[in-house]
Design a binder for this molecule. Structure first.
Ligand code: NAD
Length: 346
């Protein structure tokens, strides 16, 4: 087994996370040779880890020992870097969002096709344990058919960093966390989208969105509410899932949550009215205890290889990529539709 020699372009937050936290899990398959970053400060930090420090992009592209590059720079630079790397004979792993829009992605995919090299996008949240639980519930129907999927990430720290505040760099939360949540959704639901409604938030006064809500309707009847917020001092659950036989909640990345499942329809008794505010309600009274069962969330692991193991197999053994470029393209189309739909509300 010969490891793939990598050079990393952009040794910032995510570039360094790949090198120090993700790639070492595959150290027989992936070997990081060195890094190139615009910033001298970042170059200096990288050199402390015994990486080869490349002085320019060309320096990497001319290095015949480098087989693949990771692009972990701000979003507006992905297209050019990817095209140059592919044209120089390097396989490419690219951070999300793959590019600024579909047109840019198509330029990259054209070159990938012409060169026959691997171009794979790091949609890492397909491996998140909370997503894998949702996927298990969707496929195996423990709470019946999921007809409403609510997926949210919320914080109160505003838009992070510097370039993420700027339109020209592809800032904003739809292109940031939005890409992850939409990629998960389309990987989950195998049905055509028939309707998208969306609203972007500009509460913080930036030129880019600080969050959004999208309501997506699929041909098979499933509905999804996708929400990203950076002004939420109280968070809603990470996942709220309504099925035809029960409801599931996953509160957070700590995987706290539960399933409440209809256990015995016969046991459902006419609910007793309860006090609600200054009135009474039967409709909103809890179901009788005998009629439901509360269960723990299932323990799930991915049935597909980890990202870099899969990348290695794609390059060396022509395996199927877990993250396919057609899927990435569908997510970019959906993002463009969300931007367009939201404009109509302005
Ligand atoms: P960052 O600002 O922390 O790091 C970017 C680095 O790239 C900086 O060190 C900068 O100096 C360098 N740089 C900028 N332009 C360059 C160029 N043309 N050539 C070489 N170096 C250049 O940003 P980040 O948070 O690491 O984000 C980088 C990318 O990773 C973005 O596309 C972002 O969306 C993605 N990201 C993905 C995840 C994930 O979970 N998959 C998480 C965070 C960020």
């Amino acid at each position: 087994m010969t490891a793939i020699n990598f050079a990393v372009i952009g040794y910032g937050g995510m570039g360094s996370y790949h090198i120090h936290n993700i790639m070492p899990n595959e150290n027989e398959r992936i070997h990081v040779v060195g890094t190139y970053d615009h910033s001298e400060e970042r170059q200096a930090i990288s050199s402390q880890h015994n990486h080869k420090i490349y002085s320019s992009l060309e320096d990497i592209l001319q290095d015949q020992t480098i087989e693949a590059v990771l692009i972990a720079t701000p979003n507006d630079s992905h297209k050019e870097l990817a095209i140059q790397a592919l044209k120089s004979g390097k396989h490419v792993v690219c951070e999300k969002p793959v590019t600024m829009n579909v047109a840019e992605l198509d330029e990259v995919l054209k070159v990938a096709k012409e060169t026959g090299l691997t171009f794979m996008v790091h949609q890492n949240r397909r491996w998140d344990p909370d997503f894998l639980i949702t996927r298990e519930l969707y496929k195996n129907q423990q709470i019946g058919e999921l007809f409403q999927i609510e997926s949210r990430v919320q914080g109160a720290n505003g838009i992070p960093g510097d370039w993420r505040h700027e339109l020209k760099h592809g800032g904003g939360m739809l292109l940031d966390w939005g890409v992850h949540l939409l990629d998960q959704l389309l990987f989950l639901v195998d049905s055509r989208i028939v309707k998208v409604l969306a609203d972007l938030s500009y509460i913080l006064g930036d030129e880019v969105d600080d969050g959004f809500i999208a309501y997506i309707i699929f041909e098979n009847g499933s509905r999804a509410i996708i929400e990203v917020g950076t002004t939420n001092y109280i968070k809603l659950p990470r996942w709220y899932l309504k099925g035809t036989k029960g409801t599931g909640v996953i509160h957070d990345w700590d995987l706290s949550g539960e399933l409440v499942i209809e256990s015995d329809k016969q046991a459902i008794q006419a609910p007793e009215p309860i006090q609600a505010g200054v009135g009474l309600t039967k409709t909103m009274a809890p179901p009788s205890e005998e009629a439901t069962e509360t269960k723990k969330l299932p323990n799930v692991s991915a049935e597909y290889d980890p990202f870099y193991k899969n990348f290695y197999k794609v390059v060396r053994e022509q395996a199927e990529p877990v993250v396919k470029n057609e899927e990435v393209r569908k997510v970019m189309i959906l993002i463009e539709e969300i931007f367009e739909t939201a404009k109509k509300l302005k």
